[in-house]
Design a protein around this ligand. Sequence first.
Ligand code: E4P
Length: 218
Amino acid sequence: MKFFVDTADVAEIRALAETGLLDGVTTNPSLIMKSGRPMTDVIAEICEIVPGPVSAEVAATDADEMIAEGRKLAKIASNVTVKVPLTWAGLKACRTLSGEGTMVNVTLCFSAVQALLAAKAGASFISPFIGRLDDIGLDGMQLIQEIRQVYDNYPALETELLAASLRTSNHVRDCALAGADVATIPPAIIHKLVEHPLTDKGLDAFLSDWKKTGQSIL
Ligand code: E4P
């Protein structure tokens, strides 16, 4: 499973990219607002740090305007992925932009049939939002499983299942178990993935015993 980071915080992206574990980045208008910077500057900077897909979301609601915005965003760098909402206008823009060779991420997906439409419209990625379904008492992970099954039923569909709106380490585990192609994860959750109390405890014990040997490796 590929790891994308869900943020527009360039310092955070730079630090995570240094681990060599980052496959891409997703942003959205709320994350751009949080960054307090012009979108085009932020996206250009991120694209220089991360060679993988970097999602930049359109703000228009009309298909023609989405297409115009998408074309402008795609010019920033070859790894820009234009993000469009899962509406009829978004699907129309997806079909046009993907036909021009631009990667498109269809976002705000909350059902398997929506995911099927996005795939038929030529999306490179579909973004089902797990956490927001959990928030209203539904089962976000069930949606990931359903989309996986639908896409596997039709191998000609090439859309990657990009699990979004992840809130916990268990979400990341469950996405991997369900066969998501990508998980886009907030930085705080990525940092938590490495943590386990038994790892810390075991390392403390090994280091203390090693000290008692009086040896050094170098
Ligand atoms: C995905 O691309 C979105 O940016 C993101 O995952 C939304 O997450 P949220 O529901 O925590 O805002």
